[in-house]
Design a protein around this ligand. Structure first.
Ligand code: PLP
Length: 390
């Protein structure tokens, strides 16, 4: 059977070559240190796990949940925003529960994108923004995230006719993969731009609770007017080490939240209620765990950045998210450097080109591994890479 055009259009898996090499190395018994995995290594806080077990034992939770989520969960999200951000949200109309934020980021496209429509997509970026656009039949207009602009999109570079046509704008700060953060002024520009051109802003806030050195990332909804132009995707995955649990939310503009909820009610039947109750436990009782987590990441970040800088890089310490985005040395592409590092030092790094064309020339490393592993990886790199030039 011939596959649908949308499936044939999916980009090839960029890490296939590296993964094959990793497989080969493992078969040969070579021990590999991975700086590539962007998935928290530490366990979910115990009160959340205990709550899941307790709720799983209640037969009332064994039936179909509602697709927009338990009102209790939506209330907890709304309370979380009030307490931590001073933002008021109506739990009935302005909050929808997601099976992880990635699910909502993908599906929102089906709410607004007709074939041929344009979305504004940051590049480099989390692949789902562009893939969701493509699956809905839309086209991506790339907003380059350049080092010279502190990895923020330059909205003044978006042509007038593109802006007028655009449906959705995806943004994400603290940013994966660059580690960049955005200040209020940037978000204010986004709100004004979205108002002017009637664009729905989709802020991916996966990392707003993951920050260092006392820095507090901004939530898009804190910006005046944000709730009239867009939504924010939130997730328990990163602040509570719950990537495997699949729970998150979209909050903000009412008609958008309603539309996403309506779409979802036709596709999925919501998240297991026991998981929703466990997530409530996280939002209401585990904020100290997130603080501890950030202090662990902060130490690892310092170790990693200092280690690379001793080898000749000039990296700044990212204020948020858990990635370091670094240029490849002279004479390499993203892919060739990743292969070189794997061959020479048995260390995995992620080629920046996997996050879009403007990621070429960079690589991403993640600090979701224990300090001993970071030290071991750095030792291997220092001993085997030789002098690096930029
Ligand atoms: C990890 C991550 C998410 C979270 O995805 P979930 O589906 O909620 O687990 C969203 N956006 C970015 C950029 C991420 O890195």
């Amino acid at each position: 059977m011939v596959q649908a055009t949308r499936i044939k259009k999916l980009p090839p898996y960029l890490f296939a070559r590296i993964e094959k090499k990793v497989e080969e190395a493992k078969e040969k018994g070579i021990d590999i240190v991975s700086f590539g995995i962007g998935d928290p290594d530490l366990p979910t806080p115990q009160p959340i796990v205990d709550e899941l077990c307790r709720q799983a034992n209640n037969p009332a939770n064994h039936q179909y949940p509602t697709s927009v989520g338990l009102l209790a969960f939506r209330q907890a999200v709304s309370e979380y925003y009030r307490e931590t951000r001073g933002v008021t949200l109506d739990p009935r109309e302005e909050v929808v529960t997601l099976l992880g934020s990635k699910e909502g980021i993908g599906h929102i496209n089906f709410c607004y994108v007709n074939p041929g429509d344009v979305n504004l997509i940051p590049d480099p970026g989390y692949p789902v923004y562009g893939i969701g656009t493509l699956l809905a039949g839309g086209e991506s207009y790339l907003m380059p995230l350049l080092e010279e602009n502190a990895f923020l999109p330059d909205l003044t570079k978006i042509p007038e006719e593109v802006a007028r046509k655009a449906k959705l704008m995806f943004i994400n700060y603290p940013n994966n993969p660059t580690g960049a953060v955005a200040e209020r002024q940037f978000f204010e520009e986004v709100v004004a731009f979205a108002k002017k051109y009637d664009i729905i802003v989709c802020h991916d806030a996966a990392y707003t609770e993951i920050a260092y050195d006392g820095y507090r990332p901004v939530s898009f909804l804190e910006i005046p007017g944000a709730k009239e132009v867009g939504i924010e995707f939130g997730s328990l995955s990163k602040p509570f080490n719950m990537t495997g649990w699949r729970i998150g939310w979209a909050v903000g503009r009412r008609d958008v939240v309603e539309c996403l909820g309506r779409l979802k009610s036709n596709l999925d039947s919501g998240q297991f209620q026991a998981i929703q109750y466990a997530a409530i436990k996280g939002l209401t009782a585990c904020q100290d765990s997130t603080k501890e987590l950030c202090s662990i990441y902060e130490k690892r970040r310092n170790l990693m950045v200092d280690g690379f800088n001793q080898m000749g890089w000039h990296l700044a310490k990212p204020k948020g998210a858990f990635y370091i985005w670094a240029p490849v040395p002279k004479g390499f592409t993203s892919a060739s450097f990743a292969e070189y590092v794997l061959d020479k030092a048995s260390v995995i790094i992620t080629p920046g080109s996997g996050y879009g064309q403007y990621g070429e020339g960079y690589f991403r490393i993640s600090i979701t591994i224990p300090e001993e592993k970071i030290k071991e990886g750095l030792r291997r790199l220092a001993e085997n890479l030789g002098k690096v030039d930029f």
